[in-house]
Ligand binder design. Structure first.
Ligand code: NAI
Length: 697
């Protein structure tokens, strides 16, 4: 049974019991319904209390049932709420802990609500591209007023119970009880046991003094803020119905909107990302109960761009860090940058001065390996040269205590080769942070051939501690993210050769939703980085075709924002990308050299050549087992590469287009004489899925 039943002092107490958050699963709903029936039938019972076992009242729908028939099986949530509302004996919700989504909707179906203080209260459905579908949009405005309710529904953000209970005129909570909230609810239930009629939220009125003007204003605001998402404006429509329609009509309207949103690609994408985030932590051959190593002290080698940002992640989580460098000046520079970053946060009011001091107090610096030998984890972030990595890892192998995890932040080098510099390859792993490392969510965790399962499990859970989306990648050139982006960049180059300007390509893919197009991105990251990689790559693979324009750009000394010029011109101190006539001429001259006549290329072709380049490489990565599931690849792109969230990542997007269509379009690209026919050869996995009418996800 997923809920227990007992009678205390003439009050039936139904306790939800479905860890971790008392999700309203089929079994739980059935048990609550049975409890309600039992209470009605028992003449000695005068009232009912519904509460949650453990720390939560209820977090809402049980996400394990999402998409399964069980989620809707009777008694469904609507039925359960109706049973509660129609109970002949008063029902009191004892809100002992977090109350969200369907959990809050159930509480709103009760006649009274007694809450513990500081309980997070939320209707978070909008975060999955939905709206509350079991009366939340109709009942919450009736107890909290239209504006407070709409703010909660549109943002999905939790508000503490005591804050809500202090609002003038609120009817959400009848009492806030310190201490034993169930005992308080039982006492409350006894005090109202004989009162009739029973108060029902549905009988209250939701109103607003300037309803029309207010909803117009809300609609405009929400549309501007949530451009690509259909759910927030629908939340406004639903809450407006609470004011303009009778409750049953409003409930029917809410349900209709909910069903419509379920089918939108945006909601599908958000749910895909929601589950993708959770699935990322599950590694097929690493069981969840794999023992983990304790990480209480961290060392970072190198105080450059990455070392400083990486250190901040641990300081933010309260974990002490020692940074090691070769020279004192480098340490001073690194620490000054960390200070500057924190001070900016303090200035903006995002960080308390006290916390800043606490974090800095956790930071130590050193020039000696002797000072880091006790660290539980050491992350190397020195120059990207195998010789330098070799020196550092041999040194680490010599000094670090047994059982310490040795991680490399390398972005292009072979983690297995790095592990082989030590006598403990089982302790070596890649932790590929993205720049700026204190901001970017993505962490690629690179699993070497010999990396221990406990090491992998430890680093994955550490990723969570420092609030990253940690995704496992196997060892290959570029890992998941950069290996795919290389193909995307190659296509971007071909597009220039064939007639596009950098600005045209960037605008097209930015309209598709990318945070930044490939050329603006190159200027930000530094075009010299790719140049260095290409010099190596195309020596190893002389037959690999690519556009020479990026090399020509670097030969002009245009490395990007840092040199004041790249694919675009930049005014001193500004970041606005201004199209450059010099660059346009360079591209035209190169095109003439190739003997190509410029062609007018539409946005659609630009977008699909770039995105399908990602998709095809992703299919290779999946098939090779570099990524263990499609959603991992999508999470890499959503959290590290600015892929539009409402499209769910490259593979979710490809699925939404239909893989048959994707392959068909790729064949068309392959027939373009200037493009690379080999490039567009569908990866075997993609071809197979398309032929079988299947999807990646
Ligand atoms: P950086 O040049 O800014 O910093 C490297 C630091 O390491 C310098 O301060 C240098 O003094 C120090 N260093 C060099 N050799 C050392 C040694 N033997 N012992 C101690 N310290 C030493 O480089 P950045 O950008 O921070 O890159 C570091 C690593 O992170 C590289 O492997 C790079 O590929 C990787 N990476 C860089 C990203 C970026 O966007 N910059 C993104 C992801 C990974």
């Amino acid at each position: 049974m997923s809920a227990s039943y007992e009678v205390r002092d003439g009050v039936a107490v139904i306790t939800l019991n479905n860890p971790p958050v008392n999700g309203l699963s089929y079994e739980t709903r059935r048990a609550v319904a049975a409890g309600l029936d039992q209470a009605q039938a028992d003449a000695s019972v005068r009232a009912v209390v519904i509460t949650g076992g453990g720390k939560a009242f209820s977090g809402g729908a049980d996400i394990r049932e999402f998409g399964l028939p069980k989620a809707l099986a009777e008694p469904n949530l609507l039925t359960l709420i109706r049973m509660t509302e129609e109970s002949s004996k008063p029902v009191v919700a004892a809100v002992n802990g977090v109350v969200m989504g369907g959990g809050l909707e159930l509480a709103l179906g009760c006649h009274y609500r007694v809450a513990a203080p500081k309980v997070p209260v939320a209707l978070p459905e909008v975060k999955l591209g939905l709206l509350p579908g079991a009366g939340g949009t109709q009942r919450l405005p009736r107890v909290l007023g239209v504006e407070t309710a709409l703010n909660m529904i549109v943002s999905g953000e939790p508000v503490p119970s005591d804050v809500l209970a202090a609002l003038p005129g609120q009817k959400l909570f009848d009492q806030v009880a310190d201490g034993d909230v169930v005992a308080a609810a039982i006492a409350f239930a006894r005090s109202v046991a004989d009162q009739r009629p029973l108060p029902r939220v549905r009988d209250l009125k939701a109103s607003h003094p300037n309803a029309d003007a207010y909803f117009q204003f809300a609609r405009n605001t929400v549309k501007a803020m949530a451009k690509h998402f259909p759910a927030p404006p629908k939340c406004v429509d639903a809450v407006q119905a609470a004011v303009t329609k009778k409750i049953d009509d409003g409930l029917a309207y809410e349900l209709e909107l909910f069903k419509g949103l379920m089918l939108t690609p945006e909601s599908k994408a958000l749910r895909h990302a929601f589950f993708g985030e959770r699935a990322a932590a599950k590694i097929p051959d690493v069981p969840e109960d794999t023992p983990q190593r304790k990480i209480a002290k961290v060392a970072v080698i190198g105080a450059g761009t990455m070392g400083g940002g990486i250190s901040m992640n641990f300081l933010n989580a309260g974990i002490p860090v020692t940074i090691l460098e070769m020279k004192q000046e480098a340490l001073d520079r690194g620490v000054a940058t960390i200070r500057k970053n924190y001070e900016a946060q303090v200035k903006k009011g995002k960080l308390e001065a006290k916390k800043y001091d606490q974090r800095m107090a956790l930071l130590k610096t050193t020039l000696s390996y002797d000072d880091i030998k006790d660290a539980d984890l050491v992350i190397e972030a020195v120059f990207e040269e195998m010789g330098v990595k070799e020196k550092v890892f041999k040194q680490l192998d010599a000094v670090m205590k047994p059982g310490a995890i040795l991680a490399s932040n390398t972005s292009t080098l072979d983690v297995n080769a790095i592990a082989a510099f030590t006598k403990r390859p089982q302790d070596v792993i890649g932790t590929h942070f993205f720049s700026p490392a204190n901001v970017m969510k993505l962490l690629e965790v690179v699993r070497g051939a010999k990396t221990g399962k406990d090491v992998l499990a430890t680093v994955m859970s550490l990723g969570k501690t420092i609030k990253k989306t940690a995704i496992v990648s196997g060892v290959c050139d570029g890992f998941i993210g950069n290996r795919m982006i290389e193909q995307y960049s190659r296509q971007a180059g071909f597009l220039l050769d064939e007639g596009c300007t950098p600005a045209q390509v960037d605008k097209a893919i930015e309209r598709f939703g990318f945070a930044m197009g490939p050329f603006r991105m190159g200027d930000l990251a530094g075009n010299d980085i790719g140049w260095a990689i290409r010099k190596r790559r195309y020596v190893e693979h002389p037959n690999l075709r690519y556009s020479r324009t990026a090399d020509l750009l670097c030969e002009m000394g245009r490395f990007g924002q840092k040199t004041g010029a790249g694919w675009y011109d930049y005014q001193p101190g500004k970041r606005d990308a201004i199209p450059s006539s010099l660059v346009d001429k360079m591209i035209e001259d190169h095109r003439k050299e190739l003997g190509l006549a410029p062609r007018k290329i539409g946005d659609d072709e630009i977008v699909h050549r770039l995105v399908y380049a990602l998709v095809n490489e992703a299919a290779h990565i999946l098939e090779e087992g570099i990524a263990s599931k499609a959603s991992d690849i999508d999470m890499v792109y959503l959290t590290g590469y600015g892929f539009p969230l409402w499209r769910g990542g490259p593979l979710c997007y490809a699925d939404s287009r239909g893989l048959f269509n994707v392959v068909h379009t790729m064949k068309r690209f392959a027939a373009n004489p200037h493009d690379d026919a080999a490039f567009w050869q569908p990866a075997p996995l993609l071809a197979r899925l398309a032929a079988e009418g299947k999807t990646f996800t």
